[in-house]
Write a new protein. Sequence first.
Length: 252
Amino acid sequence: MLKFYLTIILAILATIALIIADVSAIAFIALFIIVSVIIFLGVIKIEMQFFAKSLCRGDGTKQEVAITFDDGPHNNTLKILDILDKYSVKAAFFLIGKNADEKPDIVKEIINRGHIIGNHSYYHKGTFDIQSRKKMISELTKTNNTIKSITGKDNKLFRPPFGITNPIVGNAIKKMKLISIGWSVRSLDTSIKDPGKVCSRVYKRIKPGSVILLHDTTKDIDIILENIIKYLKNNNYKIVSLRDMFGTKFDI
Ligand SMILES: [Zn+2]
């Protein structure tokens, strides 16, 4: 939240300076637009760390990347797990609590095969970010309870739905002592229909330390995943778990 507070303080100071300088209304409008754009980008771009400290990429010192999946468990998840096993890759799955309640066996399978899981809200509605902090905490707790009931483990990881953060999300993360996990490579696999285009987009953006965002729910996720793994291996990238990438920051 430091960046958010700093922006507000600077905006107030700039407003006072403009009042003292006795400038025209256009200057105030320009300032308002600039501050609004900065705050808007802070809301939609989790990697800006505007409202919550999020782990979005490794330090980039090693030729390694991590692969993550959102929105499962889903009927595709088992296919994904088989491909990950085929290449001995460990990934992370951020689960929608409602889906986990409906498919507990798949959640167990994710854990049994050595992958990491985390909370990705319970309902994953578009209104997640605008509910009260109390309701948000209750929703996140509901998913943590589901994870605990299936796996027996306390969950500390959270990936904000749609990667959106704001003061309410930031406060809920802090209050629940969650570790927020973002990404640095957004595949757009839920909106780009052609698997080849999704892969090209990912290849262009991959760097040492990248955290790749994919979704269990994507129709051709098996093709996309296998191609990305092959590309990474051919380009001498090591695919590591989030735990290996973030070390002590990931102390759960
Ligand atoms: Zn999602």
